[in-house]
Ligand binder design. Structure first.
Ligand code: NAD
Length: 335
């Protein structure tokens, strides 16, 4: 029976996993796993973590000294794990590579449609008995050009949805997909995608190469008035440059489900607290910015998939089985 310590546990995680397996022993911690909380891992075989737990070299060394031999991610992205250190300390890293990519794609769609039709403003107006349409003019998606950066599972799911809306889809990916080409997705280089798109949606992973892929220079290459959507990882976007582009009105609108400094904010109720992050505070008051707190994945279907795959990962770890969910150094270039 493996002993697993869960970190960053929310009420819904506990409910999901509490009785999910009688083969393993679970303990749930609300705190994030980081240097200050290494001591909690003493005596556990594995840790089960989420997007904002920080598994840098010192943390991996510390948990390994405490006997931990498994890092199980309850997510697909693994940018928060130092894979080289995990390899050096013989700690296996297993993830949930896909859990309803449609869930995240549909959330990107929801963000896009909200900004395009200003339903976030209409909702509040009507609640205040204001039935005026003044300043609610939106735009039609049909016939627009939508640029997808990264056409993996989520990017492809988004392309499939968009193709039904009569949008022209252009995309940039280092490894173009034949299935997407058949769907009339037009692969171009990054600059062309930036230049031609009315809406850009980011679906590539965060790697050293994609860090701040949306920066001042690339924002300058975008069409004036374009919309930017980021449901992937916060650090793909240089927030300060995006704020400048919104202030100069070069960037028409922004929807983010992820934020560069989200680990200090997201997944918590801070409604009675003073927000000390001036960049998110600035973003929150733009009328053409929509922020959700990393909820793209958050559907019942995804949660069920995360549970099933994570339990299978624990079983494979306990039995010493190979796993297609293993994350190894080969998956990233500079490891
Ligand atoms: P995936 O691995 O299936 O696809 C990623 C794609 O990006 C691949 O096709 C890859 O070739 C491409 N890519 C890699 N480097 C690139 C680059 N420099 N430029 C352009 N494309 C590049 O991943 P996925 O399942 O589609 O997930 C994408 C990302 O979405 C994840 O890395 C994660 O960060 C994020 N995500 C967010 C949520 C959420 O709740 N908001 C949930 C799940 C995943």
């Amino acid at each position: 029976m493996s002993k697993i310590a869960f970190f960053s546990t929310q009420v819904y995680d506990r409910k999901l996993f509490e009785n999910a397996s009688d083969k393993h022993d679970f303990e749930f911690f609300e705190t994030r796993l980081r240097a200050q909380t290494i001591n909690l891992t003493n005596g556990y075989d594995g840790v089960c973590v989420f997007v904002n737990d920080k598994l840098e070299e010192d943390v991996i060394r510390g948990i390994s000294e405490n006997g931990v031999k498994l890092i199980a991610l309850r997510c697909a992205g693994f940018n928060n794990v130092d894979l080289k250190a995990a390899n050096n300390y013989n700690v296996r890293v297993l993830r949930v590579p896909a859990y309803s990519p449609e869930a995240v794609a549909e959330h990107a769609l929801a963000l896009m449609m909200t900004l395009a039709r200003k339903t976030h403003k209409a909702y509040n107006r009507v609640r205040d008995s204001n039935f005026s349409l003044v300043n609610l003019t939106g735009f039609t998606i049909h016939g627009k050009t939508i640029g997808i950066i990264g056409t993996g599972q989520i990017g492809q799911a988004f392309c499939r949805i968009l193709s039904g809306m009569g949008a022209k889809i252009v995309a940039y990916d280092k490894y173009p997909s034949d299935a997407m080409k058949k769907l009339d997705v037009d692969y171009k280089d990054m600059d062309e995608v930036l230049h031609e798109s009315d809406i850009i949606s980011l679906h590539c992973p965060l790697t050293p190469e994609t860090h701040h892929i949306i920066n001042e220079k690339n924002l300058g290459k975008m069409k004036k008035g374009a919309m930017l959507i980021n449901t992937s990882r916060g650090k793909l976007v240089d927030t300060l440059s995006v704020i400048d582009a919104l202030k100069s009105e070069h960037l028409g609108s922004l929807a983010i489900d992820v934020y560069e400094e989200e680990e200090k904010l997201f997944f918590r109720d801070l409604s009675e607290k003073i927000i000390r992050d001036d960049q998110i505070s600035r973003l929150m008051i733009f009328p053409n910015v929509l922020i959700t707190a990393h909820q793209g994945f958050f559907t019942q279907e995804s949660l069920n998939q995360i549970k099933e795959t994570t339990i299978k990962n624990f079983d494979d770890f306990e039995n010493g089985n190979e796993s297609k969910n293993e994350v190894s150094c080969e998956l990233i270039k500079d490891c």
